[in-house]
Design a protein around this ligand. Structure first.
Ligand code: NAD
Ligand code: 6OD
Length: 513
């Protein structure tokens, strides 16, 4: 394995900008692994292209980890557990994690440029959600871990002396973090923050589509005084590549994964060897239930966001909308107008409100559902194809925001996660029917309920089978709360003390007095 301090190559903002890859005729920028506190090229010599979803231009060449590179990353993480990191007090760890949060904010523009280069998402979105949450994920969990109480029981013993029981939490060990491409920094740090707060070390495998912010975070870790080996990053794909090498590695103690349900199934099989713990945040087919007594302005505004934000590539996004019949036509007309007002364009152009899909491959998948909807008898309310884009963006992965009505409840378009800017709207006639429709899915991640009737809001929220139900809002997040899905949407909950449940081993100590 070769090592480099990355002077010219690396995940810097200039390198990350889509138009800078080889504008000066120089070699394209390269994304290296981050192992033991240093950027390394890895031993295999294989690299793959990272292309911009905005225009198809080359963003960078990414080094693909070999099995030996993953071995090295896991070994570095294991060694760091018993080094200075393992000897730090909670307060010392907490101080460093706050420095990581500050470091992300100090380099806000670099993270923003890197995230946008990889995903093509509008600047307004990335600057309000992705990057601030990247920082918050360290600051919040540093505070959570500092303030967590422990349990304590006094036991009567036959000799009358008694015994004290108390619980101590220790790190689980080396945690594999496998993350997706839709909110790359946010979803990766949502796992790395609590894992490090609890004293673990991590090996991160970011999505092959979005390697850059995970790489850039290595620099921040070093600046914040996080010891070498605590945060490691290996790049590559899933099967027969870095993802599989990492999840099958016997040196990994637990796996936290965010991504597709089918990938979760493969990782769960890998985790069975060595009975390693898993935490899974998987797919969704999330309903919104809109009652006639809702505040329609708010329901339209919220549903426009939940269906189309991030070009529909949000696991919590709404793809099924159930609207009470008296307001059905008005709702459809207003959502149509809102969707048609979205402006696809360059992420840095003022006025852009819709980015591209992550890749041409993903666009093919989304467009196949657009065709399937028509084949299944949908009425196309708006969209359904590819927008006309200016010549310089024609190489991107653009699709139109799309709304259908009239599909049968058993259509694949209504049952399967599409992960694009699209939704189906169907009328309902009673609360009972609305709940039944919302629950008619193998998934159980999130739901939104729109009503001004307080009793109904609580009643319906309680009956919907999902890990998160928003009432009169969407994606309003408090990181202290439980987050996760039921059924095919995941295993376990993270957030606040729930993250500590996964990232620590609880030990009971019984002291005979
Ligand atoms: P994906 O499952 O294809 O990939 C996710 C990650 O897993 C990537 O890093 C990938 O390289 C890796 N991977 C793939 N196969 C693997 C294997 N066999 N072993 C180990 N690693 C492997 O998901 P995606 O396309 O990147 O993301 C979109 C999906 O993620 C959607 O289904 C979406 O709903 C889901 N998601 C869920 C949540 C949530 O919180 N529930 C959040 C975001 C995304
Ligand atoms: O907000 C979060 O913590 C979170 N995990 C969001 C997931 C979004 C899915 O795309």
């Amino acid at each position: 394995m070769t090592t480099s301090t990355l002077s010219r190559t690396g995940p810097w903002p200039d390198a990350a900008r889509p138009d800078s890859a080889s504008a000066d005729g120089a070699a394209p920028k390269e994304i290296l692994h981050f192992i033991g506190g240093a950027y390394v090229a890895g031993g295999g010599g294989r690299r793959f292209e990272n292309r911009s979803p905005v225009d198809g231009s080359l963003v960078s060449l990414v080094h693909e980890a070999s099995r030996a590179d993953v071995d090295a990353a896991v070994a570095a993480a294991r060694a760091a557990l018993s080094g200075p990191w393992g000897r730090m007090t909670v307060q010392e760890r907490v101080d460093r994690l706050h420095k990581v949060a500050e470091g992300i904010l100090r380099r806000f523009d670099a993270f923003l440029a890197a995230e946008i280069a990889d995903t093509g998402k509008p600047q307004s979105l990335a600057s309000h959600i992705d990057i601030p949450r990247g920082a918050a994920n360290f600051a919040v969990f540093a505070d959570v871990v500092k303030n967590v109480p422990t349990e304590f029981f006094e036991l009567a013993t036959p000799d009358g002396a008694g015994a004290l029981n108390y619980a101590r939490r220790g790190p689980k060990g080396v945690i594999a973090v496998i993350s997706p491409w839709n909110l790359p920094l946010l979803l990766m740090t949502w796992k790395v923050g609590p894992a490090l707060a609890c004293g673990n070390t991590v090996v991160v495998k970011p999505s092959e589509e979005t390697p850059t912010t995970a790489a850039l975070l290595g620099e921040v870790m070093n600046e914040a005084g996080i010891p070498p080996g605590v945060y490691n990053v290996v790049h590559g794909f899933g099967p027969d590549s870095a993802g599989e090498f990492l999840t099958t590695h016997p040196g990994v103690d637990a796996i936290t994964f965010t991504g597709e349900t089918r990938t979760g199934e493969a990782i769960m099989k890998a985790a069975a060897t060595g009975v390693r713990a898993v935490s899974f945040e998987l797919g969704g087919k999330n309903p919104a239930v809109v009652f006639a007594d809702c505040d329609l302005d708010k329901a339209i505004e919220g549903t426009l966001r939940s269906a189309f934000a991030n070009c529909g590539q949000v696991c919590l996004g709404t793809e099924r909308i159930y609207v009470e019949r008296p307001i059905f036509d008005a709702f459809v007309a207003r959502l149509k107008a809102g969707a048609e007002a979205l402006v696809p364009g360059h992420p840095f152009a003022s006025g852009t409100s819709l980015g591209p899909l992550i890749s041409r491959e993903h666009r093919d998948k989304v467009l196949s559902y657009y065709a399937r909807a028509i084949a299944d008898g949908a009425t196309l309310v708006t969209g359904g194809g590819v927008p006309d884009m200016p010549a310089e963006l024609a190489g991107g992965s653009w699709v139109q925001p799309t709304i259908w009505t009239g599909l049968p409840d058993d259509s694949a378009v209504v049952r399967e996660e599409i992960f694009g800017p699209c939704c189906h709207i169907r009328p309902f006639d009673s609360e009972e029917e609305a709940v039944a429709l919302a629950n008619d899915t193998p998934y159980g991640l999130a739901a939104a309920v729109w009503t001004e009737n307080l009793g109904r809001a609580h009643r319906v929220a309680g009956r919907i089978g999902a890990g998160i139900v928003w009432v009169n809002s969407w994606f309003l997040r408090d990181l202290r709360t439980a987050f996760g899905g039921s059924k095919h949407s995941g295993i376990g909950r993270e957030g606040g003390v729930h993250s500590l449940e996964f990232y620590t081993e609880l030990k009971n100590i019984c002291v005979k007095l």
